[in-house]
Design a protein around this ligand. Structure first.
Ligand code: PEP
Ligand code: MN
Length: 486
């Protein structure tokens, strides 16, 4: 439990074990924030390593390494999310549930970038708005687990897989290994480097013919409907080219921001740096910092708090409240409306528009009871947030064979309900948050290919939650776009 963790840390400090908090390290007794003030709070999903010295060495190494993202990029996203909160832009966020180090590879990265780009074009067509894209990539290596142990078929109990940043999926590698913290940095940096390179070299050039491959769509009328959307997008692009309006640099390269659940706070802290604010930062602070600097999490542009670690008085909320980055909070069915408002007050006391993205994930059956109450409470509080629907995490089920899956129709139904409820409440859906991959996996059932439970074993390769495959993801984009534009 959290109290235990605090006790362990206090004991370690008292014993003279070097602190991970070089430079910024006073434990804080009042409400003053520092990158390490979270260590005084109870923490969920904590990590206990067999021995501390190798962890301290890994953290010291991380603290020395350069930022992976820059304040200028972070503030670009922050400004764009303010536009999402005002209803001017739509937000698409997607990627793997658990990104493995081995996904740091050319084809896997290319196919995910292309898929997100393709989906965003469809969403632009549907929403008549620009789309800001955030990948769950280049750092999505940590997983919260509902149980710390996993029971194997032979009856043995082993520690659960908690993501490549902590331990390995192989049964033999389930003890947390501090070297993985440093490995996470290098895989994240290499992925980011390749994404940047590909984007600036025209992988995302909208002039490039995109392969829409709609042959898998079995339903004739659906097939025609999609073909019509694709045709309309392609025609618009040809028209832009004809009149020369495609010369704007936005047409040749697009932005793709990165994100992950900031779960392993020792890692996040070591990449949290006090840096000069860029010129594009729009400050809403009552009393801006004297030195023109702020605390940036330089491991990703956007980080979020998971549904299991969002306790009001917990370590994660404490860590997040001091960041310059735009941040997300997962909002599951156990969130009370007044708790949600208190959380917003702690995370965003200046009520900056779009600073916080509420990632709602109730489940298709619970959304009707929860979302409207949350919308009303937030509206009354004066906070203006990005409302994003995560239709994946409330809709995970097990098949009769015990395989974790999600129904395409349940996912779609939660998005459709979110669109409808927001409209009824005089609010609007700002974006969607999806687990997807560019590969032809068989992890979610349904969709126009007609995947059924028996098909799941064909190519079930996720190390955590079931993802939409390339076709299902693109189809989801078509359906969301269609719902925007009937
Ligand atoms: C996730 O996004 O993979 C996740 C664990 O979500 P949640 O915190 O909403 O359960
Ligand atoms: Mn997940």
């Amino acid at each position: 439990g959290g109290e235990d963790a605090v006790a362990v840390r206090t004991a370690l400090k008292a014993s003279g074990v070097p602190s991970a908090l070089h430079g910024v390290n006073q434990a804080v007794e009042n409400d003053e924030w520092s990158p390490s003030s979270w260590t005084t709070k109870p923490i969920k999903q904590d990590v206990l390593y067999a021995s501390r010295p190798p962890v301290e060495r890994a953290l010291a190494k991380l603290e020395h390494l350069p930022p992976i993202v820059t304040p200028k990029e972070v503030c670009d996203l922050r400004n764009q999310l303010a536009a999402v909160a005002r209803g001017e832009t739509f937000l698409l966020q997607g990627g793997d549930c658990a990104e493995l180090f081995s996904y740091c590879e050319q084809d896997a990265i290319d196919s995910k970038i292309k898929l997100l780009l393709q989906m965003s074009l469809v969403l632009i067509w549907g929403s008549h708005k620009p789309v800001v894209r955030i990948a769950r990539m280049a750092g999505q290596y940590a997983k919260p687990r509902s149980s710390p142990v996993e029971k194997l078929a032979d009856g043995r109990e082993v520690p659960s897989f908690r993501g490549d940043i902590l331990n390995g999926f192989d049964i033999e590698k389930r003890e947390p290994d501090p070297n993985r913290l440093v490995e996470a940095y290098f895989h994240s940096a290499a992925t980011m480097n390749y994404i940047r390179g590909q984007l600036s070299s025209g992988l995302a050039d909208l002039h490039q013919p995109l392969n829409w491959e709609l042959g898998h769509v079995r339903d004739e009328s659906l097939q025609q409907r999609y073909a019509k959307i694709v045709g309309s997008i392609q025609e618009s692009m040809r028209f832009m080219r004809t009149i020369g309006a495609d010369k704007a640099s936005t047409f040749e390269s697009v932005e793709l921001f990165t994100s992950h659940e900031a779960l392993v706070l020792e890692y996040e802290q070591s990449l949290t740096r006090r840096l000069r604010h860029p010129p594009n930062r729009m400050s809403t602070e009552v009393s801006p910092s004297q030195d023109g600097k702020g605390w940036y999490n330089t491991s990703a542009h956007f980080v979020w708090i998971g549904d299991r670690t969002r306790q009001l008085d917990g370590a994660h909320v404490e860590y997040f409240r001091g960041l310059e980055n735009p941040i997300g909070v997962k909002v599951g069915p156990t969130m009370a409306a007044d708790e949600l408002v208190s959380l917003l007050n702690v995370l965003n006391p200046n009520k900056e528009v779009g600073k916080v993205t509420l990632i709602t994930r109730y489940g298709e059956k619970k959304i009707d009871d929860m979302l409207s109450v949350h919308i009303q409470a937030v509206k009354k509080s004066g906070h203006v947030v990005v409302w994003q629907c995560d239709p994946m995490h409330g809709n995970t089920i097990s098949t009769a064979q015990g395989i974790k899956t999600r129904h395409f129709t349940s996912i779609l139904s939660e998005v459709a309900s979110a669109l409808r409820i927001h409209k009824e409440q005089g609010s609007f859906l700002g974006g969607v948050h999806l687990e997807l991959t560019g590969d032809a996996v068989t992890e979610c059932v349904g969709g126009s290919e007609g995947l059924v439970a028996e098909d799941l074993r064909l190519n079930y390769t996720t190390y955590c939650d079931p993802r939409l495959n390339e076709k299902q993801a693109l189809e989801m984009a078509f359906l969301i776009a269609g719902a925007h534009r009937p």
